[in-house]
Design a protein around this ligand. Structure first.
Ligand code: BTN
Length: 241
């Protein structure tokens, strides 16, 4: 895809949204830092200069609107593969889309979509990766880490960006065959940290614990609670564990 490099921006996702109308093909926005980095669930994303990757890939696939959220899972698998290839470590996915290593968060994905009567206008998959970071703010010190802190390897950020995008398109083409996770399920579950583990399901109406079994074709998390199998849909309930 076409690549737009910025030194500073509020958020690469916001920037991608603004320019998406004027660009027909897929494009990637990369920024050295962000002044208003956004995380999931309205949180902010720490975005210092010089050490992390902040990027947003904008795609315009002709798929059903309800399939858009699966792109997050496709990106999660791709991130694991890129990190594995470059650092020779095996990162894991906390469903649906946190990338963790040694139980610490290394990378996060924020996918945003816009649609109209004709279907999807764009899907923007925003990725933050802690690459060469040497420290973190106090409030996330316990839970966040960087690839450098975990491996001792300082990496050229461009290499990790290129590898992630390469793996993304590879997996995206697999996704397009069935427009779901059928052919990516095995790869995704291989990296799934939650599998076989207890998770807390924080349904607004109902909180309970369950054992994570894997995902289904739609990307929903399958859990076993008291012998009953439930499908957990991303965004509707939150999962801890
Ligand atoms: C999460 O909460 O785990 C998702 C974090 C996503 C952060 C990335 S950084 C690049 C892109 N621009 C943003 O403002 N957010 C995403």
């Amino acid at each position: 895809p076409k690549i737009i490099y910025l030194n500073e921006v509020d958020s690469t996702n916001n920037y991608a949204k603004k320019v998406s109308d004027s660009l027909n093909a897929d494009f990637l926005v990369v920024s050295d830092m962000q002044t208003l980095g956004k995380g999931r669930l309205g949180r902010s994303w720490d975005s210092p200069s010089g050490s992390s990757i902040f990027m947003s890939l904008c795609i315009k696939p002709d798929i059903a609107i309800e399939k858009a959220s699966i792109i997050t899972l496709v990106m999660a698998v791709s991130l694991c593969e890129a990190i594995e290839e470059i650092y020779s470590i095996e990162p894991l996915i906390k469903w649906p889309n946190d990338i963790v290593f040694n139980s610490k968060k290394i990378s996060g994905i924020l996918t945003e979509m816009s649609s109209d009567m004709d279907g999807i206008k764009y899907i923007i998959s925003g990725v933050g990766i802690n690459v060469n970071n040497k420290d973190f703010p106090d409030n996330i010190k316990e839970t966040a880490s960087s690839l450098f802190l975990e491996t001792g390897i300082l990496m050229d950020r461009a290499r990790l960006i290129a590898s992630t995008v390469y793996h993304f398109y590879n997996n995206f083409n697999i996704f397009l065959k069935t427009e779901d996770m059928t052919d990516l399920k095995e790869k995704y579950e291989k990296h799934l940290a939650n599998i076989g583990k207890e998770v807390k399901i924080l349904d607004p109406k109902n909180k309970y614990t369950a054992t994570a079994l894997g995902i289904d074709e739609s990307g929903a998390l399958l859990v076993n609670t008291d012998g009953k199998i439930k499908r957990i849909i991303s965004g509707e309930v939150s999962v801890r564990g």
